[in-house]
Ligand binder design. Structure first.
Ligand code: HEM
Length: 497
């Protein structure tokens, strides 16, 4: 692994360091110690040369491994006056994931999202408004509501794979991107977009995602061509959604209401009774699409690659057998519904294990606004001062041998009822598995994501024989969501129904 292969994580680190250095030089505030507990061990000045060398030559994981071994589970790298404190292992993550927003937050790391989502939505809104908007997302994606999406997901999946021939070879990564985009358009953006303006919407979303390129992340307001395209796309999307929201709100009483996620956001109300505005609905739905698409298609692809390659197809066979059992139990009616998806334990564990080994968010970042103390597994207590930045490396935590036996082996049974390695005492409890984050900002789309990935893979397992014909993919760290690198070529053969 070299410097270029770590670009995604580097971008995040550089953005935080630059933003933090600017703020630090503007406001050289002194932090008043909370207690007489020591600060974590610090690596600074010339001592930084070694971690930097390891970072450049061997990658982020190796750098964290060395510092962790030398300094323990909490340590600070101090560079140009900016302190980045690493929290390694689940037992030091309580405050990181659960502290109130006024004490610990994402800070301005996501400033580049403001022009994408619009002012007044998500990171462009004040804390109170943002908290209420998180509630809207949560409510819209609650299990009873998203059950309504299963029929639409199944239909999209069936129509998509009907276009495959009797046999052939495809790039699984490309297929998953296309299919997930169609499902998201239908279930998140609504029928109007899916049926009447799919191509236009996709082009606009592609221009909008230009706002996540390196230059836009670092300089979100610079008058670059990418930022101009992003702003033009944002304005057009706002117009489209404003019309849709107005038309849905203007429905006469006996007209049937849509039951999609968009409708739930339109019906959301703030605590004071104020309904969401058209601009807010636009921003909220864009936020969901950005949260949903890449993460889900990348995870579907990793799941496929893991199923088809690891342990000589053992897990593929186990997942396929589960599908046969479920189909047999439901013969004569029923088909794939919410109950059937809940019965797919093996498939669920296969997806979860793919996420453990290939988390879409390899490192979480936060900023400390108010100092706090924490205790490590070994009993050491530290004060983390206000002003520090925090990094929690999921890509490292998910491979800790004290939690996961043989952590580099793909073994979905580690999450089975007998082992539950992420839950057992000593395993670290709540934050041992953070593929969907945890606590206050945990992913609102987790249930929806599992549902969608299981709908896709249960269909593939029931209808095709599959084989991975390219090598197992490396990780492409140059993406904000690290994805399988290159094409993931899979050959398929349709099986008789
Ligand atoms: C396998 C698929 C997915 C993975 C692995 C995933 C992962 C994550 C993670 C790790 C976070 C927490 C970020 C943090 O703490 O900084 C997050 C947040 C979020 N996710 Fe997901 N996600 C997935 C699918 C989805 C889907 C399908 C949706 C929407 C339908 C969604 C919407 C969101 C939103 C809106 C947030 C922000 C929550 C907040 O800040 O309070 N995600 N996701």
């Amino acid at each position: 692994m070299d410097l270029t292969t770590n670009i995604g994580i580097w971008v995040a680190l550089v953005v935080i360091w630059i933003a933090a250095a600017m703020v630090t030089t503007r406001r050289m505030t002194r932090d008043h110690p909370l207690s007489d507990r020591p600060h974590p061990p610090v690596v600074s000045g010339f001592c930084l040369l070694n971690p930097l060398r390891v970072l450049l030559t061997k990658g982020v994981k190796a750098m964290i491994h060395e510092q962790h071994r030398a300094l323990g589970s909490v340590f600070t790298l101090s560079f140009f006056g900016v302190n980045m404190t690493f929290l390694v292992g689940p037992e030091v993550l309580d405050h990181f994931f659960q502290g109130p927003e006024s004490e610990i937050s994402h800070c301005n790391v996501f400033e580049f999202m403001v022009p994408i989502l619009g002012k007044g939505v998500g990171f462009g809104a004040d804390i109170a408004t943002r908290t209420e908007q998180m509630r809207f997302h949560n409510d819209a994606l609650k299990r009873p509501k998203i059950r309504n999406c299963i029929g639409a997901m199944l239909q999209e999946v069936e129509e998509y794979f009907a276009k495959w021939g009797q046999h052939g070879t495809v790039d699984l990564k490309h297929e998953m991107e296309q299919l997930v985009l169609l499902i998201s358009s239908r279930c998140l953006l609504g029928k109007e977009i899916r049926e009447k303006m799919l191509d236009e919407a996709h082009t606009l979303f592609r221009d909008l995602s230009g706002g996540m390129s390196l230059t836009s992340v670092l300089f979100p307001y610079a008058p670059t061509p990418t930022n101009r395209r992003r702003d033009a796309a944002r304005a057009k999307l706002a117009k489209i959604f404003t019309e849709i929201v107005r038309s849905r709100r203007g429905r006469v009483q006996d007209q049937e209401e849509e039951e999609d996620v968009l409708q739930n956001l339109i019906d959301s109300k703030y605590k004071d009774g104020r309904p969401t505005t058209e601009a807010e609905v636009t921003g909220l739905v864009i936020m969901l699409l950005f949260g949903a698409n890449n993460t889900t298609s990348v995870t579907s692809t990793w799941t496929g690659a893991c199923l088809l390659r690891h342990d000589h197809g053992r897990w593929l066979a186990a997942a396929a057998e589960e599908q046969r059992d479920i189909a047999a139990r439901r013969r004569g009616g029923g088909g794939i519904d919410h109950g059937a998806l809940l019965e797919m334990d093996t498939l669920h564990r296969c997806v979860k294990e793919a996420l453990r080994m290939h988390p879409v968010m390899p490192v979480f970042f936060r900023k400390v606004h108010r100092g706090f103390t924490l205790r490590t597994k070994d009993g050491a207590e530290y004060e983390i001062p206000g002003g520090h930045h925090l990094a929690s490396p999921a890509l490292f935590n998910h491979r800790l041998p004290c939690i996961y036996s043989d952590p580099d082996v793909y073994d979905p049974d580690r999450f089975g009822p007998q082992r539950q390695e992420d839950k057992v005492a000593g395993g670290g409890g709540r934050f041992a598995f953070t593929a969907f984050g945890g606590g206050r900002h945990s992913c609102v789309g987790e249930a929806y994501a599992y549902m969608q990935i299981k709908v896709i893979w249960s269909y593939l397992l029931r209808n095709f024989e599959l084989e991975l014909v390219s090598p197992f993919p490396d990780t492409d760290w140059s993406k904000l969501v690290p994805a399988p690198k290159g094409n993931v070529m899979v050959s398929y053969k349709r099986v008789a129904a």
